[in-house]
Unconditional design. Structure first.
Length: 351
């Protein structure tokens, strides 16, 4: 058995292996009390198994993307960069939309050097509707076809900042910015069908709710609640967009990448110090997914052939998952769509 086949076998049988191991641990529990070394071995084994479990599976699709154009926001770092690398290896032309042009150019050169694929870079500030419109207009001239759009960039649990248009930063960047960008590029995407739109959400959506009376959290700001609301909005947007694009050949997916050690959590690190900061950093390095592992579900949603008829669904660990019931609320999805159109100045827009 080759190394790749063995790794695949481990992934396919992960649940069974862990179940058998846990059964053995239960069977051995009486012996462990009188054998400290055995107890230590079991504890270490349990930690290793937990780490293995949290790493998640790898996207197994062998799909190629020669001749395809992939647009990714926030592709200069983290899972966005690793997603870009993987899709570039499949032959795609990558277009990176990033706020920091210098970092983006360095990342683009790295991706080109490793994959040989062409990589383009455009500046995009998702916290500015003007920047989004300008970038979209420029991109439409440069790239008449867009086969895959991955809305990956985001901000997490920051202080109460506002975008240039006065929106709460997390909802403004994570949802409204990507909402406008997607609609601005939608004609190019539809003309490139079959095409896909992938929205990176989070399991944090399960703790979120749409605060319709105070959508921008002006009255009582809580960074966590604002983040969770923005991630819930990602899924509701995906659901509504999929419904409106039915029959066009464009499919839409939302996803939770897993708990990944990236720059996204920098505001959490900044809010703590001392032992808590050290413990968070240690646990992150040991238990969180690497950026390569965290990119797998984004890659899966972008290329896997088996999900082509499942538009609007939510994925995690390269498999369809059921989101929180609030993310399935069709009335909220429609309400968010209409509210978002108003906020970004597209009241008369029709898909």
């Amino acid at each position: 058995m080759s190394e790749d086949n063995f790794a695949s076998w481990l992934d396919d049988n992960k649940v069974a292996i862990i179940s058998v191991t846990c059964s053995l641990l239960v069977y051995m529990r009486l012996e462990l009390v009188t054998h400290p070394i055995a107890f230590l071995v079991v504890v270490v084994s349990g930690i290793v198994l937990l780490r293995w479990w949290l790493q998640g599976p790898k996207c197994k699709s062998k799909a190629t993307l020669v001749g395809k154009v992939v647009v990714i926001t926030g592709a200069n770092t983290g899972i966005g960069k690793e997603t870009a690398k993987d899709l570039a290896r499949r032959g795609a032309r990558i277009v990176m939309l990033c706020r920091d042009l210098d970092k983006a150019r360095v990342a683009a050169e790295e991706i080109h050097h490793e994959t040989g694929s062409t990589v383009g870079v455009f500046q995009l500030d998702l916290a500015s509707l003007e920047s989004i419109r300008n970038t979209a207009d420029t991109l439409k001239q440069a790239e008449p076809n867009i086969h895959i759009l991955i809305n990956n960039a985001g901000v997490m649990m920051c202080p109460r900042w506002e975008t240039k248009d006065g929106f709460e930063m997390q909802l403004g960047t994570n949802h409204l910015g990507h909402f406008l960008l997607t609609l601005m590029l939608l004609e190019q995407i539809k003309n490139s069908a079959p095409a896909r739109i992938v929205n990176v959400s989070s399991i944090a959506h399960t703790q979120g709710k749409m605060n319709w009376d105070d959508l921008m959290n002006e009255k009582n700001y809580d960074a966590k609640e604002a983040y969770c609301q923005s991630k819930l909005a990602n899924i509701l947007f995906t659901k509504e967009l999929a419904k409106r694009l039915s029959g066009t050949g464009v499919t839409c997916y939302s996803l939770h990448p897993g708990v990944v050690q990236t720059e996204l959590g920098r505001h959490i690190h900044e809010s703590v110090n001392g032992f808590i900061h050290w413990a968070f950093h240690f646990c992150g390095n040991f238990f969180f997914k690497t950026v390569v592992q965290g990119a797998q579900t984004s890659i899966y949603c972008a290329v896997d052939e088996s999900i082509s008829k499942h538009s609007g669904k939510y994925y995690s660990d390269c498999a369809e998952k059921r989101p929180n019931s609030q993310a399935l609320n069709e009335e909220d999805a429609t309400k968010l769509w209409e509210k978002s159109l108003h906020l970004v100045g597209l009241e008369h827009y029709n898909v």
